[in-house]
Design a protein around this ligand. Structure first.
Ligand code: BG6
Ligand code: MG
Length: 213
C-alpha cells in the first residue's frame, strides 16, 4: 500500500472562502477589489507571496513595515473566522478516507503551505490521523516547489513514487508532480485537470480505486 499526503486548505476543509474574505479586506485597504478569479489563483500560494501578488495587482507600493502589519492583520482576521469553524466543515469523504488509511496501515502526512495547519487540524479534531505534518513553518520554498511533499515522504520513510498526493490547487499539483508522486486533483476546477486522477469530492473515491493505484 502507498502513502497518502493531504493538502489542507481546499482538500480537508474549504478555508478558501475565509482567506478570500480576509484578503479582500486587505485589498480594500490599498484601494483594490480582489476578484473571485484572482483569489482562485492564490490557492496553494504562501501568505507572503499572496500579499505580494495582491500589491502587484493593486500597483501599490508600500514599505516593508506596512507589509508586516498587513500580514498580521490578514492572519488575525483569518484566524477569527477559522476559530468559529466546526467539524461539520470537514469536506465530504475526508474522514472516511483517513479512516480507510488507518485501518489499512497506510501512512498519512499533511503537506500544506499554511502556517496555521496544526491549529486547524486541532480545531477539526483530526490531528491523530496524521503520522507526519509538514506545513508552512517547515519549508523554505513554496509550492510549486516539491519541498513540502518531499519532506512529507521522508518523514513517512516512503519513496516519493509511492506517495499519493491529494491537492486542489495548480501550484500543489505541479509540486507533487515535480516530487515524482501520483497526483489526485480535488474539487473539479480546471486548474487541477493536469492531475493523474480527478475527483469532485473525496466521497467519490472508493477503496477499489485506491487499491488499483
Ligand atoms: C494554502 C492556501 O494552503 O496556505 C493559501 O491555499 C494560503 O490560500 C496559504 O495563503 C498560507 O496559509 P496561512 O494559513 O499560512 O496564511
Ligand atoms: Mg489547497
Amino acid at each position: 500500500m502507498k502513502a497518502f499526503i493531504f493538502d489542507l486548505d481546499g482538500v480537508i476543509v474549504d478555508t478558501a472562502k475565509y482567506h478570500f474574505i480576509a484578503w479582500k479586506r486587505i485589498g480594500e485597504k490599498v484601494g483594490f477589489q480582489l476578484s473571485h478569479e484572482q483569489n482562485e489563483s492564490l490557492k496553494g500560494v504562501s501568505r507572503v507571496e499572496s500579499l505580494e501578488r495582491i500589491l502587484g495587482w493593486a500597483e501599490a507600493k508600500i514599505s516593508s513595515t506596512e507589509k508586516e502589519a498587513l500580514l498580521i492583520e490578514k492572519n488575525e482576521d483569518y484566524l477569527q473566522q477559522i476559530d468559529a469553524m466546526g467539524r461539520e466543515e470537514i469536506l465530504p469523504g475526508v474522514i472516511e478516507l483517513l479512516q480507510f488509511a488507518q485501518e489499512n496501515n497506510i501512512p498519512v502526512a499533511l503537506g500544506s503551505a499554511s502556517k496555521n495547519a496544526t491549529r486547524i487540524l486541532e480545531k477539526l479534531n483530526i490531528t491523530s490521523y496524521f503520522n507526519a505534518i509538514v506545513d508552512g513553518n517547515h519549508v523554505t520554498k513554496s509550492k510549486p516547489d516539491p519541498e513540502v511533499f518531499l519532506k512529507g515522504a521522508a518523514l513517512l520513510n516512503q519513496a516519493p513514487k509511492d506517495c499519493i498526493v491529494f491537492e486542489d490547487a495548480a501550484a500543489g499539483i505541479a509540486a507533487a508532480k515535480a516530487a515524482g508522486m501520483t497526483t489526485i486533483g480535488m474539487g473539479g476546477a480546471d486548474e487541477v485537470k493536469t492531475a493523474d486522477h480527478c475527483f469532485d469530492t473525496m466521497a467519490l473515491i472508493k477503496p477499489e480505486f485506491i487499491r488499483s493505484l
